[in-house]
Ligand binder design. Structure first.
Ligand SMILES: *[C@@H]1O[C@H](CO)[C@@H](O)[C@H](O)[C@H]1NC(C)=O
Ligand SMILES: *[C@@H]1O[C@H](CO)[C@@H](O)[C@H](O)[C@H]1NC(C)=O
Ligand SMILES: *[C@@H]1O[C@H](CO)[C@@H](O)[C@H](O)[C@H]1NC(C)=O
Length: 439
């Protein structure tokens, strides 16, 4: 399988070392980097020292984290060694490209220990620090994340918060922020209010930095909708630039009310593709709109305007090749899902920066955007069913994204074709309630 070009432009292996006091969102940042890079087919994995430590002790009390508690220190050191060993094994055995070591690596001495390991293993070290002195953000992090941490499972939340603040104080006593000019680092201050970068040298590092500078934690949601049923969906043709069907126009009529019920009075911006069917679907929405070429449907090249039956007849090998590896398959003269993901990267960057956005676009494009937020693998994402006439709400949370689906009660033909199934087009409308939602 071809590897995404960016990862072999430079034959590099990067060890990202997270730095920061507890409750600074380090794990959140680490998992987001992994999700983003994996979506781009760059092999990335996070090694969380806390997980290794939890295997050793259950429910540690704050005194476990005191700097002069030698037993606690010993166990933490062992956990860090185990995590690091696993990471090195992963680089070697699985051809990892970006490994992330997620620990509270607070002192210069500890950073030097990691630097030495990187040197020995030929890894490029990059430190990412989340620095924060905004009490509101810290409290928010403690409540959102930490009181739900496995360390505090089954305990009184107020007691947990107190215990956690106590634990942070112990780390503060020995914390040393990044300021060594010889290191490669990115220091994010108060969730992006300020970002300091130092000695960023490779393309991969600058990409990670660029991604990090776009992140924010203001509450928001992203709504996704396919266009309403199109004339091509009735005839089973793919691609093209057809108008909405009468039922598709009904969906466009109902969409404003559906959106209003979910969004309320919050400000919203609507993004569409440049194709008629998405613009017609969004036409009744009373919000600012932006049309993106990057949101246009996957280009089906020579098959544009054909039905799946015609494709199976005229290009039987292509039809099969697409079933065998739908992610990599590129229509002659068109695009593959992989191509589409690369085209969508700027959209994802913009989405990370924005607050409430509703995207009205096409099935393949929605699958890719959904896969990014929901961490869906590449074998699965091209096969996800995205029903017509359904509004999907994604709410990013500290450890994952919540999904809600809101169905308009308008039937539509099912345009979903299962892997290996025949190309037979079924023009019988199904009510959305009957559509089976395996998204
Ligand atoms: C950070 O890394 C060092 C390696 O010097 C390790 O010993 C330490 O336990 C790590 N910090 C924590 C809190 O896990
Ligand atoms: C629905 O119709 C559009 C053309 O209007 C087409 O691009 C899309 O692929 C159709 N959906 C499916 C999965 O057939
Ligand atoms: C994302 O999916 C991969 C497997 O595809 C899994 O290893 C990883 O733990 C998942 N990450 C999150 C944050 O759920």
């Amino acid at each position: 399988m071809p590897v995404y070009s960016v990862s072999n432009v430079e034959d590099l292996r990067i060890c990202v070392v997270m730095v920061g006091l507890p409750a600074r969102g380090k794990s959140l940042i680490a998992t987001k980097i992994v999700r983003y890079l994996s979506w781009l087919s760059i092999k990335a994995k996070c090694f969380n020292v806390g997980t290794y430590r939890r295997l050793q002790t259950i429910h540690p009390s704050a005194s476990f984290f005191e700097p002069d508690n030698t037993e606690g220190e010993k166990l933490r050191r062992e956990a860090a060694v185990l995590a690091t060993k696993d990471m090195i094994r992963w680089f070697e055995e699985e051809n990892g490209v970006v490994g992330i070591l997620d620990a509270t690596n607070s002192t210069v001495e500890r950073r030097n220990w990691i630097l030495q390991i990187c040197r020995e293993e030929g890894l490029e070290p990059m430190f990412v620090e989340s620095w924060c002195d905004d009490d509101e953000i810290i409290m928010h992090n403690i409540i959102e994340v930490k009181t739900r941490s496995p360390d505090y499972e089954g305990q009184d939340p107020e007691q947990s918060v107190r215990d956690f603040r106590e634990r942070i104080r112990n780390y503060e006593k020995v914390y040393q922020t990044l300021d060594d000019e010889s290191l490669t680092y990115c220091k994010i201050i108060n969730v992006g209010a300020q970002v300091i970068i130092n000695r960023i040298q490779t393309y991969m590092e600058s990409r990670i930095v660029y991604f990090l500078t776009n992140l924010h934690i203001r509450p928001r949601a992203i709504w996704l909708s396919r266009h309403g049923e199109s004339m091509f969906n009735l005839s089973g043709q793919i691609g093209g630039d057809s108008d909405l069907s009468p039922r598709g126009r009904m969906y466009a009529e109902q969409l404003p009310e559906l959106v209003r019920q979910s969004v309320g009075d919050a400000p919203l911006t609507v993004w569409t593709s440049t194709l008629k069917r998405t613009q017609q679907t969004a036409s009744k929405l009373p919000y600012p709109k932006l049309a993106w070429k990057a949101l246009d449907e996957l280009d089906s090249g020579v098959c544009d305007g054909m039905t799946y039956e015609e494709i199976e007849e005229q290009y039987p090998e292509d039809f099969k090749a697409r079933d065998d590896n739908k992610y990599e398959y590129r229509y002659p003269g068109g695009e593959s899902y992989r191509d589409l993901v690369i085209r969508l990267e700027p959209i994802i960057m913009q989405l990370e920066r924005q607050e409430n956005i509703l995207i009205v676009t096409h099935q393949a494009v929605l699958r890719c955007i959904y896969a990014y937020f929901m961490n869906v693998s590449q074998d699965q994402s091209p096969w996800m069913e995205v029903p017509l006439h359904t509004l999907i709400k994604l709410t990013p949370r500290a450890y994952g994204t919540e999904v809600t689906r809101i169905k308009a009660n308008i039937p539509a033909v099912s345009t979903f074709r299962q892997k290996g199934s025949s190309a037979k087009h079924d023009a019988t409308p199904q009510t959305t309630a009957e559509l089976h939602l395996s998204l």
